[in-house]
Design a binder for this molecule. Structure first.
Ligand code: SF4
Length: 454
Protein backbone atom coordinates (compact mmCIF):
# COMPACT_ATOMS: atom_id res chain seq x y z
CA UNK A 1 0.00 0.00 0.00
CA UNK A 2 1.37 3.46 -0.85
CA UNK A 3 2.25 5.62 2.14
CA UNK A 4 1.36 9.26 2.58
CA UNK A 5 3.11 11.72 4.90
CA UNK A 6 1.44 15.08 5.59
CA UNK A 7 3.07 17.92 7.50
CA UNK A 8 0.62 20.61 8.58
CA UNK A 9 1.34 24.29 9.29
CA UNK A 10 -1.03 27.07 10.34
CA UNK A 11 -4.54 27.05 11.73
CA UNK A 12 -7.09 24.41 12.72
CA UNK A 13 -8.66 24.72 9.27
CA UNK A 14 -5.44 23.31 7.85
CA UNK A 15 -5.47 20.48 10.40
CA UNK A 16 -9.02 19.70 9.25
CA UNK A 17 -8.00 19.92 5.58
CA UNK A 18 -5.11 17.49 6.18
CA UNK A 19 -7.67 15.04 7.61
CA UNK A 20 -9.72 15.53 4.42
CA UNK A 21 -6.68 14.83 2.23
CA UNK A 22 -6.02 11.64 4.17
CA UNK A 23 -9.66 10.77 3.43
CA UNK A 24 -9.27 11.48 -0.30
CA UNK A 25 -6.11 9.37 -0.50
CA UNK A 26 -7.43 6.72 1.91
CA UNK A 27 -10.09 5.88 -0.68
CA UNK A 28 -7.24 5.19 -3.11
CA UNK A 29 -5.60 2.75 -0.70
CA UNK A 30 -3.01 5.09 0.85
CA UNK A 31 -2.02 4.61 4.46
CA UNK A 32 -0.60 7.32 6.68
CA UNK A 33 2.97 7.36 7.87
CA UNK A 34 4.45 9.76 10.42
CA UNK A 35 7.95 9.39 8.99
CA UNK A 36 8.82 11.11 5.69
CA UNK A 37 11.59 8.56 5.14
CA UNK A 38 8.94 5.85 4.62
CA UNK A 39 6.64 7.94 2.45
CA UNK A 40 5.80 7.50 -1.22
CA UNK A 41 4.02 10.85 -1.22
CA UNK A 42 4.99 13.80 0.98
CA UNK A 43 2.63 16.75 1.26
CA UNK A 44 3.28 20.02 3.08
CA UNK A 45 0.01 21.75 4.01
CA UNK A 46 0.94 25.41 4.24
CA UNK A 47 -0.08 28.75 5.73
CA UNK A 48 0.29 32.10 3.95
CA UNK A 49 -0.76 34.48 6.70
CA UNK A 50 2.79 35.58 7.52
CA UNK A 51 5.99 35.71 5.55
CA UNK A 52 7.77 33.87 8.35
CA UNK A 53 5.44 30.84 7.90
CA UNK A 54 6.22 30.73 4.18
CA UNK A 55 9.97 30.98 4.72
CA UNK A 56 9.76 28.08 7.16
CA UNK A 57 8.01 25.95 4.56
CA UNK A 58 10.61 26.80 1.90
CA UNK A 59 13.32 25.70 4.33
CA UNK A 60 11.44 22.52 5.16
CA UNK A 61 10.99 21.65 1.48
CA UNK A 62 14.77 21.78 1.18
CA UNK A 63 14.98 19.15 3.93
CA UNK A 64 12.17 16.91 2.64
CA UNK A 65 13.66 16.68 -0.84
CA UNK A 66 16.47 14.61 0.70
CA UNK A 67 13.97 11.81 1.44
CA UNK A 68 12.68 11.67 -2.13
CA UNK A 69 13.43 8.44 -3.94
CA UNK A 70 12.80 7.93 -7.68
CA UNK A 71 9.02 7.81 -8.17
CA UNK A 72 8.24 9.58 -4.89
CA UNK A 73 6.14 12.72 -4.99
CA UNK A 74 6.63 15.95 -3.05
CA UNK A 75 3.65 18.33 -3.05
CA UNK A 76 2.80 21.71 -1.58
CA UNK A 77 -0.86 22.22 -0.69
CA UNK A 78 -2.88 24.82 1.22
CA UNK A 79 -2.79 28.60 1.38
CA UNK A 80 0.83 29.21 0.34
CA UNK A 81 0.30 26.85 -2.61
CA UNK A 82 -2.78 28.85 -3.59
CA UNK A 83 -0.97 32.18 -3.22
CA UNK A 84 2.13 31.28 -5.19
CA UNK A 85 0.58 28.78 -7.62
CA UNK A 86 2.73 27.52 -10.50
CA UNK A 87 5.55 29.93 -9.56
CA UNK A 88 6.28 27.57 -6.68
CA UNK A 89 7.13 24.87 -9.23
CA UNK A 90 9.68 27.24 -10.75
CA UNK A 91 11.12 28.30 -7.40
CA UNK A 92 11.49 24.80 -5.95
CA UNK A 93 12.45 22.27 -8.67
CA UNK A 94 11.93 19.25 -6.38
CA UNK A 95 8.25 20.07 -5.91
CA UNK A 96 6.01 17.96 -8.17
CA UNK A 97 2.58 19.36 -7.46
CA UNK A 98 0.93 22.49 -6.06
CA UNK A 99 -2.72 22.37 -4.97
CA UNK A 100 -4.87 25.05 -3.34
CA UNK A 101 -7.55 24.40 -0.69
CA UNK A 102 -10.31 23.75 -3.25
CA UNK A 103 -8.32 21.20 -5.27
CA UNK A 104 -7.79 18.29 -2.86
CA UNK A 105 -10.29 16.09 -4.70
CA UNK A 106 -7.79 16.05 -7.58
CA UNK A 107 -4.85 14.80 -5.47
CA UNK A 108 -4.88 11.19 -6.78
CA UNK A 109 -4.84 12.38 -10.40
CA UNK A 110 -2.08 14.94 -9.88
CA UNK A 111 0.00 12.40 -7.95
CA UNK A 112 -0.39 9.93 -10.85
CA UNK A 113 0.64 12.62 -13.34
CA UNK A 114 3.63 13.54 -11.16
CA UNK A 115 4.71 9.90 -11.23
CA UNK A 116 4.62 10.15 -15.03
CA UNK A 117 6.95 13.12 -14.80
CA UNK A 118 4.40 15.89 -15.22
CA UNK A 119 4.62 18.71 -12.67
CA UNK A 120 1.25 20.41 -12.25
CA UNK A 121 -0.65 23.03 -10.23
CA UNK A 122 -4.36 23.35 -9.45
CA UNK A 123 -5.27 26.61 -7.75
CA UNK A 124 -8.77 27.18 -9.16
CA UNK A 125 -11.45 28.29 -6.71
CA UNK A 126 -14.47 26.00 -6.66
CA UNK A 127 -17.23 27.77 -4.78
CA UNK A 128 -19.30 24.55 -4.62
CA UNK A 129 -16.57 22.49 -2.98
CA UNK A 130 -17.29 21.20 0.53
CA UNK A 131 -15.79 17.69 0.14
CA UNK A 132 -19.16 16.46 1.34
CA UNK A 133 -18.58 12.87 0.19
CA UNK A 134 -15.06 12.61 1.65
CA UNK A 135 -14.84 10.99 5.09
CA UNK A 136 -11.96 12.73 6.92
CA UNK A 137 -9.36 10.48 8.54
CA UNK A 138 -9.00 11.97 12.02
CA UNK A 139 -6.11 11.26 14.36
CA UNK A 140 -8.17 11.74 17.52
CA UNK A 141 -11.43 10.07 18.46
CA UNK A 142 -11.79 12.19 21.57
CA UNK A 143 -12.34 15.56 19.92
CA UNK A 144 -13.02 16.46 16.28
CA UNK A 145 -12.77 19.52 14.06
CA UNK A 146 -15.75 19.87 11.73
CA UNK A 147 -15.45 22.46 8.98
CA UNK A 148 -18.82 24.17 8.45
CA UNK A 149 -17.76 27.10 6.29
CA UNK A 150 -14.97 27.68 3.78
CA UNK A 151 -13.56 30.96 2.44
CA UNK A 152 -14.08 34.54 3.62
CA UNK A 153 -16.00 37.52 2.20
CA UNK A 154 -14.52 40.07 4.58
CA UNK A 155 -11.68 42.22 3.42
CA UNK A 156 -9.47 43.00 6.40
CA UNK A 157 -6.67 44.98 4.82
CA UNK A 158 -3.84 42.91 6.36
CA UNK A 159 -5.26 39.52 5.45
CA UNK A 160 -4.39 37.20 2.60
CA UNK A 161 -7.07 34.61 3.42
CA UNK A 162 -9.77 35.87 1.01
CA UNK A 163 -7.14 35.48 -1.73
CA UNK A 164 -6.12 31.98 -0.68
CA UNK A 165 -9.42 30.45 0.38
CA UNK A 166 -11.85 32.22 -1.93
CA UNK A 167 -15.41 33.33 -1.28
CA UNK A 168 -17.36 32.33 1.81
CA UNK A 169 -19.76 29.40 1.56
CA UNK A 170 -21.47 27.27 4.21
CA UNK A 171 -22.26 23.58 4.29
CA UNK A 172 -25.88 22.52 4.67
CA UNK A 173 -26.91 22.21 8.29
CA UNK A 174 -28.21 18.68 7.70
CA UNK A 175 -24.80 17.61 6.32
CA UNK A 176 -22.99 19.02 9.36
CA UNK A 177 -25.43 17.34 11.75
CA UNK A 178 -25.01 14.07 9.83
CA UNK A 179 -21.24 14.21 10.21
CA UNK A 180 -21.44 15.07 13.91
CA UNK A 181 -23.95 12.25 14.47
CA UNK A 182 -21.56 9.76 12.89
CA UNK A 183 -18.73 11.09 15.06
CA UNK A 184 -20.87 10.74 18.19
CA UNK A 185 -21.77 7.17 17.24
CA UNK A 186 -18.04 6.41 17.06
CA UNK A 187 -17.51 7.81 20.56
CA UNK A 188 -16.49 11.43 19.96
CA UNK A 189 -18.05 13.71 22.56
CA UNK A 190 -16.45 17.09 21.70
CA UNK A 191 -16.61 18.89 18.37
CA UNK A 192 -15.20 22.23 17.24
CA UNK A 193 -17.01 23.89 14.34
CA UNK A 194 -14.58 25.63 11.98
CA UNK A 195 -14.97 28.62 9.68
CA UNK A 196 -13.02 31.81 8.90
CA UNK A 197 -15.92 33.85 10.30
CA UNK A 198 -17.80 30.88 11.70
CA UNK A 199 -20.64 32.81 13.31
CA UNK A 200 -21.59 34.35 9.95
CA UNK A 201 -22.48 30.77 8.91
CA UNK A 202 -25.65 30.65 6.79
CA UNK A 203 -26.66 27.80 4.51
CA UNK A 204 -29.48 29.73 2.88
CA UNK A 205 -32.02 28.54 5.42
CA UNK A 206 -30.25 28.27 8.74
CA UNK A 207 -28.00 30.68 10.60
CA UNK A 208 -25.28 29.96 13.14
CA UNK A 209 -27.76 30.02 16.03
CA UNK A 210 -29.72 27.21 14.39
CA UNK A 211 -26.49 25.30 13.73
CA UNK A 212 -25.40 25.56 17.38
CA UNK A 213 -28.77 24.30 18.58
CA UNK A 214 -28.84 21.44 16.05
CA UNK A 215 -25.28 20.24 16.71
CA UNK A 216 -25.72 20.72 20.46
CA UNK A 217 -28.76 18.43 20.32
CA UNK A 218 -26.87 15.51 18.77
CA UNK A 219 -26.98 12.67 21.26
CA UNK A 220 -23.58 12.03 22.80
CA UNK A 221 -22.10 15.49 22.10
CA UNK A 222 -21.15 16.90 25.45
CA UNK A 223 -18.95 19.78 24.35
CA UNK A 224 -19.43 22.14 21.44
CA UNK A 225 -16.80 24.73 20.49
CA UNK A 226 -16.37 26.97 17.46
CA UNK A 227 -13.60 29.05 15.94
CA UNK A 228 -13.03 31.73 14.79
CA UNK A 229 -16.04 33.96 15.24
CA UNK A 230 -16.11 37.54 13.96
CA UNK A 231 -16.92 39.94 16.83
CA UNK A 232 -19.88 41.70 15.23
CA UNK A 233 -21.49 38.48 13.97
CA UNK A 234 -22.61 37.58 17.48
CA UNK A 235 -26.26 38.35 16.84
CA UNK A 236 -28.79 38.21 19.68
CA UNK A 237 -30.01 34.89 18.25
CA UNK A 238 -26.47 33.44 18.44
CA UNK A 239 -26.00 34.69 22.01
CA UNK A 240 -29.32 33.16 23.10
CA UNK A 241 -28.43 29.88 21.37
CA UNK A 242 -25.09 29.84 23.21
CA UNK A 243 -26.84 30.48 26.51
CA UNK A 244 -29.50 27.85 25.93
CA UNK A 245 -27.39 25.05 24.43
CA UNK A 246 -25.80 23.15 27.32
CA UNK A 247 -23.06 21.64 25.17
CA UNK A 248 -21.70 25.06 24.10
CA UNK A 249 -18.50 25.55 26.09
CA UNK A 250 -17.73 28.60 28.17
CA UNK A 251 -14.95 29.83 25.89
CA UNK A 252 -14.79 32.09 22.85
CA UNK A 253 -11.81 33.02 20.73
CA UNK A 254 -12.64 36.57 19.75
CA UNK A 255 -9.99 38.10 17.46
CA UNK A 256 -9.61 41.83 18.19
CA UNK A 257 -6.38 42.58 16.24
CA UNK A 258 -5.96 46.05 17.84
CA UNK A 259 -7.32 48.07 20.75
CA UNK A 260 -7.17 51.33 18.79
CA UNK A 261 -10.29 52.39 16.88
CA UNK A 262 -8.09 54.33 14.50
CA UNK A 263 -6.05 51.22 13.64
CA UNK A 264 -9.17 49.02 13.45
CA UNK A 265 -10.56 51.41 10.85
CA UNK A 266 -7.39 51.14 8.78
CA UNK A 267 -7.58 47.36 9.10
CA UNK A 268 -11.16 47.55 7.79
CA UNK A 269 -12.43 45.65 10.79
CA UNK A 270 -16.19 46.18 11.17
CA UNK A 271 -16.10 47.41 14.76
CA UNK A 272 -14.29 49.95 16.89
CA UNK A 273 -12.91 49.54 20.41
CA UNK A 274 -16.23 50.41 22.06
CA UNK A 275 -18.23 48.00 19.92
CA UNK A 276 -15.76 45.21 20.66
CA UNK A 277 -16.11 45.85 24.39
CA UNK A 278 -19.91 45.72 23.99
CA UNK A 279 -19.60 42.28 22.37
CA UNK A 280 -17.39 41.12 25.25
CA UNK A 281 -20.01 42.34 27.74
CA UNK A 282 -22.83 40.64 25.82
CA UNK A 283 -20.91 37.34 25.74
CA UNK A 284 -20.24 37.56 29.46
CA UNK A 285 -23.89 38.27 30.16
CA UNK A 286 -25.04 35.39 27.93
CA UNK A 287 -22.51 32.86 29.23
CA UNK A 288 -21.38 33.75 32.76
CA UNK A 289 -17.81 32.67 33.42
CA UNK A 290 -16.94 32.53 29.73
CA UNK A 291 -13.17 32.59 29.06
CA UNK A 292 -11.96 34.80 26.23
CA UNK A 293 -8.91 34.53 24.04
CA UNK A 294 -7.91 36.70 21.11
CA UNK A 295 -5.52 37.48 18.25
CA UNK A 296 -3.55 40.73 18.24
CA UNK A 297 -1.35 42.27 15.54
CA UNK A 298 1.29 44.84 16.50
CA UNK A 299 2.99 47.25 14.14
CA UNK A 300 0.19 47.58 11.59
CA UNK A 301 1.12 50.41 9.18
CA UNK A 302 0.57 53.76 10.85
CA UNK A 303 0.31 52.32 14.37
CA UNK A 304 1.59 54.98 16.76
CA UNK A 305 2.76 54.51 20.33
CA UNK A 306 -0.62 55.94 21.43
CA UNK A 307 -2.45 53.33 19.29
CA UNK A 308 -0.31 50.59 20.80
CA UNK A 309 -1.04 51.86 24.31
CA UNK A 310 -4.73 51.40 23.52
CA UNK A 311 -4.07 47.77 22.63
CA UNK A 312 -2.29 47.28 25.97
CA UNK A 313 -5.16 48.92 27.84
CA UNK A 314 -7.73 46.78 25.99
CA UNK A 315 -5.93 43.62 27.11
CA UNK A 316 -6.23 44.86 30.69
CA UNK A 317 -9.83 46.03 30.25
CA UNK A 318 -11.06 42.73 28.81
CA UNK A 319 -8.83 40.53 30.97
CA UNK A 320 -8.16 37.98 28.24
CA UNK A 321 -7.44 34.44 29.34
CA UNK A 322 -5.01 34.07 26.46
CA UNK A 323 -3.86 35.94 23.35
CA UNK A 324 -1.98 35.00 20.20
CA UNK A 325 0.26 37.92 19.32
CA UNK A 326 1.82 38.64 15.95
CA UNK A 327 4.02 41.25 14.33
CA UNK A 328 2.36 42.68 11.23
CA UNK A 329 3.68 40.92 8.14
CA UNK A 330 3.43 42.51 4.70
CA UNK A 331 1.37 40.29 2.40
CA UNK A 332 1.68 40.98 -1.29
CA UNK A 333 -1.67 41.81 -2.90
CA UNK A 334 -3.39 42.91 0.31
CA UNK A 335 -4.66 46.52 0.62
CA UNK A 336 -2.44 47.26 3.64
CA UNK A 337 0.63 47.13 1.40
CA UNK A 338 -0.43 50.51 0.04
CA UNK A 339 -0.83 52.12 3.47
CA UNK A 340 2.07 54.43 4.22
CA UNK A 341 4.02 54.75 7.47
CA UNK A 342 5.23 51.19 7.86
CA UNK A 343 6.42 50.52 11.40
CA UNK A 344 10.07 49.51 11.70
CA UNK A 345 10.95 45.92 12.56
CA UNK A 346 12.77 47.17 15.65
CA UNK A 347 9.64 48.93 16.92
CA UNK A 348 7.46 45.89 16.18
CA UNK A 349 9.84 43.66 18.13
CA UNK A 350 9.91 46.06 21.05
CA UNK A 351 6.10 46.39 21.09
CA UNK A 352 5.38 42.69 20.87
CA UNK A 353 7.70 42.11 23.82
CA UNK A 354 5.73 44.60 25.91
CA UNK A 355 2.42 43.13 24.73
CA UNK A 356 3.40 39.56 25.60
CA UNK A 357 4.43 40.69 29.07
CA UNK A 358 1.00 42.28 29.66
CA UNK A 359 -0.90 39.30 28.19
CA UNK A 360 1.04 36.89 30.42
CA UNK A 361 0.56 39.02 33.54
CA UNK A 362 -3.20 39.36 32.98
CA UNK A 363 -3.63 35.64 32.26
CA UNK A 364 -1.47 34.64 35.21
CA UNK A 365 -3.47 36.82 37.62
CA UNK A 366 -6.68 35.13 36.46
CA UNK A 367 -5.22 31.65 36.56
CA UNK A 368 -3.70 31.98 40.03
CA UNK A 369 -7.18 32.74 41.34
CA UNK A 370 -8.34 29.38 39.89
CA UNK A 371 -5.87 27.29 41.90
CA UNK A 372 -7.91 25.27 44.40
CA UNK A 373 -11.08 25.29 42.27
CA UNK A 374 -12.74 22.19 40.82
CA UNK A 375 -13.46 21.62 37.12
CA UNK A 376 -14.85 19.09 34.71
CA UNK A 377 -12.09 18.12 32.26
CA UNK A 378 -12.01 16.00 29.14
CA UNK A 379 -8.86 13.87 29.14
CA UNK A 380 -7.37 14.30 25.67
CA UNK A 381 -4.26 12.13 25.69
CA UNK A 382 -0.74 11.79 27.08
CA UNK A 383 0.93 15.08 28.01
CA UNK A 384 3.80 16.11 25.75
CA UNK A 385 6.29 15.63 28.57
CA UNK A 386 6.36 13.33 31.56
CA UNK A 387 3.92 10.56 32.49
CA UNK A 388 0.91 12.80 32.98
CA UNK A 389 -2.29 13.10 30.97
CA UNK A 390 -3.39 16.30 29.26
CA UNK A 391 -6.94 17.38 29.98
CA UNK A 392 -9.02 20.46 29.09
CA UNK A 393 -11.75 22.35 30.90
CA UNK A 394 -14.85 23.70 29.19
CA UNK A 395 -13.18 27.12 29.48
CA UNK A 396 -10.23 25.81 27.41
CA UNK A 397 -7.74 25.70 30.29
CA UNK A 398 -5.19 22.92 29.99
CA UNK A 399 -4.55 20.78 33.05
CA UNK A 400 -1.96 18.05 33.54
CA UNK A 401 -3.30 15.24 35.66
CA UNK A 402 -1.98 11.93 36.90
CA UNK A 403 -4.07 8.94 35.85
CA UNK A 404 -4.18 5.73 33.82
CA UNK A 405 -4.30 5.73 30.01
CA UNK A 406 -7.87 4.35 30.23
CA UNK A 407 -8.96 7.82 31.27
CA UNK A 408 -8.26 9.18 27.77
CA UNK A 409 -11.57 10.20 26.22
CA UNK A 410 -13.41 10.35 29.53
CA UNK A 411 -14.61 13.28 31.62
CA UNK A 412 -13.20 13.69 35.10
CA UNK A 413 -13.59 16.13 37.91
CA UNK A 414 -10.26 17.59 39.01
CA UNK A 415 -9.00 20.23 41.42
CA UNK A 416 -6.34 22.64 40.19
CA UNK A 417 -3.29 22.32 42.42
CA UNK A 418 -0.95 24.82 40.75
CA UNK A 419 -0.30 26.89 37.65
CA UNK A 420 2.65 27.94 35.55
CA UNK A 421 0.59 31.02 34.69
CA UNK A 422 -0.89 29.43 31.59
CA UNK A 423 -1.38 25.70 32.26
CA UNK A 424 -2.38 23.90 35.44
CA UNK A 425 -1.44 20.87 37.44
CA UNK A 426 -4.51 19.08 38.74
CA UNK A 427 -5.59 16.25 40.99
CA UNK A 428 -8.62 14.03 40.37
CA UNK A 429 -11.28 14.54 43.01
CA UNK A 430 -13.65 11.77 42.02
CA UNK A 431 -13.30 8.67 39.92
CA UNK A 432 -16.67 8.61 38.16
CA UNK A 433 -16.04 8.93 34.43
CA UNK A 434 -18.22 10.81 31.98
CA UNK A 435 -19.37 13.51 34.36
CA UNK A 436 -22.27 15.24 32.70
CA UNK A 437 -21.63 18.76 31.40
CA UNK A 438 -22.85 21.80 33.25
CA UNK A 439 -26.46 22.58 32.63
CA UNK A 440 -27.49 26.09 31.61
CA UNK A 441 -29.03 26.66 35.01
CA UNK A 442 -25.66 25.96 36.64
CA UNK A 443 -24.00 28.79 34.78
CA UNK A 444 -25.53 31.91 36.29
CA UNK A 445 -26.14 32.66 39.93
CA UNK A 446 -29.61 31.26 40.57
CA UNK A 447 -29.82 30.07 36.97
CA UNK A 448 -31.87 33.03 35.77
CA UNK A 449 -32.92 32.90 32.13
CA UNK A 450 -30.62 35.07 30.07
CA UNK A 451 -32.08 37.88 27.97
CA UNK A 452 -30.32 39.45 24.99
CA UNK A 453 -29.08 43.01 25.52
CA UNK A 454 -31.39 45.65 24.11
S1 SF4 B 1 -12.35 38.04 8.67
FE1 SF4 B 1 -10.59 39.30 8.06
S2 SF4 B 1 -8.85 38.37 9.18
FE2 SF4 B 1 -10.50 36.84 9.20
S3 SF4 B 1 -10.08 35.53 7.40
FE3 SF4 B 1 -11.55 37.12 6.73
S4 SF4 B 1 -10.26 38.78 5.91
FE4 SF4 B 1 -8.91 37.44 7.12
Amino acid sequence: MPRIYIETYGCQMNVSDSELMLGVLGREGYVRTDDPVDADVMLVNTCAVRDHAEQRVLGRLGELKRYKRPGDVLGVVGCMAQRLGPTLLERVPQVDLVIGPDGYRGLPELIARARDGERAADVAFKSWEHYEDVPPVRSSQVSAFVTVQRGCDYRCTFCVVPMTRGPERSRKLADVVGEVTRLAEQGTTEVTLLGQTVNSYHDGQHDFAALLRAVGAVEGIQRLRFTSPYPTDFTDAVLVAMAETPAVCEHAHLPVQSGSSRTLKRMLRRYDRERYLQVVAALRQAVPGIALSTDIIVGFPGETEADFQETLSLVEAVGFDDAYTFKYSVREGTPAVRIKDHVSEETKTERIGRLIAVVRRVAKQKNIRLVGTTHEVLVEGPAKRGDLLQARTRTNKIALVEGPAEWIGTYRRVRFTGTTGSTFTAWPVESTPNVLPLRVADRGAGGEAWQPPT
